[in-house]
Design a protein around this ligand. Structure first.
Ligand code: SAJ
Length: 450
């Protein structure tokens, strides 16, 4: 089958699709293509996940509007079937790869899952099939790693743009808005040839109601990692301004509001840390692309260091607040509000709270954790906070924005409130009986002494 035949089959939805990796990205993608009328095979190595999906049950927890119902519908209609068996890929015209691409403790990309999926795919890949990597990858990964693994295995060889076609179409999803982002956010469509990119546009047009920008693979790899490195640097800037405001007696939240009135400014939100599956990782993927060059990056690594230091800054704020009451961290009881990395989500990957909790425990504090979305930390907030010396607010869950601070303060002893996301107002916290300290506001201003 040549690219024109494939394009025709895609346009009239006869092409048989497969998605390798039914996680936060792969599962909604598979469900959307199934809903649009394609026959979709989902490949998932976790057997329990396969069974759950084939029972029409969504394995993704948290608030994902529409996903559970959509999955149930397409599974019931048998438009989406999950399996762990790679052999079933042999009749698939298009194979999307949505496996994890984490970085290790040295910020080096770990492509184990990507390599494994390509190695399993090679022997069963249908002649003339289109392979699209949706996972986020470092620049040059398509050319240096993906292509060679599809061109040869052992003695068997395959020819690009003849035996198979290849592209990279990075996802732009966000937990809590998986379906919405897939349907409404533009995508960069990188093909190993212009014809492949155009064929990929024809495919994604079935589920994406936004710009589809055809280009080459290196551009697609650079755009995805750059857009997240951009966000990380912007957040780091906001965090450094927060530290400046604390040092000079300012209020970063007011400063940010007024700075953003200046045309062309978009100062991001300072915060207690940067978590999630994208932002902490993608700057390192971008940097990894330069590994064979003489280039030594400055700004992008520095931004990562600043953002990673924010949970420890919360500890320092806590120590200052407790010292004003003649207390030290050792033996105090601290309640951490929020373990997810993002408000109103159950996603705990790279949770900044984990860094804070580990550090507080190393300093000898007894740490309680509450999070309305994370199973092991759900429970009655008053019970968790009871007898605590301090609260550290790490995630701006709606439940905390609506919390009755008076009731919480009443079950604590001489309470301190450290606010890492400006969830509360200084006045409300003080009236409720807390000694209140907010990230980005000098201690004097926070406690109303200035
Ligand atoms: N954060 C800040 N200050 C900010 C924004 C975020 O401290 O101004 C923190 C958050 O608390 C969180 C982390 O950074 O811990 C990441 O937040 P995020 O809003 O960037 O959420 P993510 O990680 O889900 O980012 C995803 C990314 N999307 C993709 O990679 C496809 C990101 O590019 C999007 O901008 C973001 O979703 C979004 O807002 O849609």
């Amino acid at each position: 089958m040549n690219i024109s035949d494939l394009r025709r089959k895609i346009e009239n939805k006869e092409a048989r699709l497969a998605v390798i990796g039914l996680g936060y990205v792969g599962l909604p993608v598979a469900a959307l293509f199934a809903e649009s009328g394609f026959d979709v095979l989902g490949i998932e190595i976790r057997q329990e996940r396969v069974e759950k999906i084939n029972a029409g049950k969504c394995p993704i927890e948290g608030v994902e509007p529409g996903l559970s119902d959509l999955l149930k519908k397409v599974v019931t209609e048998k438009k989406l079937i999950a399996t762990a068996d790679y052999l079933q890929l042999n009749d698939r015209d298009v194979v999307l790869i949505d496996v994890e691409t984490p970085v290790d403790e040295n910020n080096i990309p770990q492509y184990k899952a990507l390599r494994a999926s390509l190695k399993s795919l090679f022997p069963v890949l249908k002649q003339g099939a289109l392979v699209i990597v949706e996972s986020t990858i470092a620049p040059r990964t398509m050319a240096d790693i993906v292509l060679p693994l599809l061109e040869q295995q052992g003695k068997e060889k395959k020819a690009l743009n003849d035996d198979f076609y290849l592209g990279n179409c990075p996802e732009r999803v966000m937990p809590g808005k998986l379906l919405q982002n897939l349907r409404t956010v533009s995508r960069v469509v990188g093909g190993m040839s212009p014809e492949t990119a155009d064929t990929m546009v024809a495919l994604y047009q079935h589920i994406v109601g936004a710009d589809l920008d055809p280009t080459d693979c290196i551009t697609a790899e650079l755009v995805k990692t750059t857009e997240n490195a951009y966000r990380d640097v912007q957040i780091a800037f906001a965090n450094e301004v927060a530290l400046i405001c604390e040092a000079v007696g300012g209020d970063v939240w007011k400063v940010r509001e007024l700075v953003n009135k200046s045309p062309g400014r978009q100062m991001h939100l300072p915060g207690a840390g940067v978590g999630g599956h994208c932002i902490p990782k993608d700057p390192w993927l971008l940097a990894y692309g330069t590994r064979d060059s003489e280039l030594s990056l400055q700004l992008i690594p520095a931004a990562r260091r600043i953002n990673n230091s924010m949970p420890l800054h919360m500890t320092r704020m806590l120590e200052v607040a407790l010292a004003q009451k003649g207390k030290s961290l050792k033996k105090t009881r601290i309640t951490v509000l929020g373990y997810a990395y993002l408000e109103d989500s159950d996603d705990t990957r790279n949770s900044p709270s984990k860094l804070l909790i580990d550090h507080l425990q190393q300093m000898g504090a007894k740490v309680m954790v509450h999070d309305p979305f994370v199973k092991e930390y759900q429970g009655n907030l008053l019970d968790v906070a009871r007898q605590s010396d301090a609260l550290v607010a790490m995630v701006k869950h709606q439940a905390y924005q609506k919390a009755d601070l008076k009731k919480i303060s009443a079950v604590m002893s001489d309470p301190v409130l450290i606010d890492g996301r400006r969830i509360f107002s200084s006045e409300d916290a003080r009236i409720a009986g807390f000694s209140y300290f907010s990230l980005g506001i000098s201690p004097e201003q926070s406690s109303g002494k200035s």
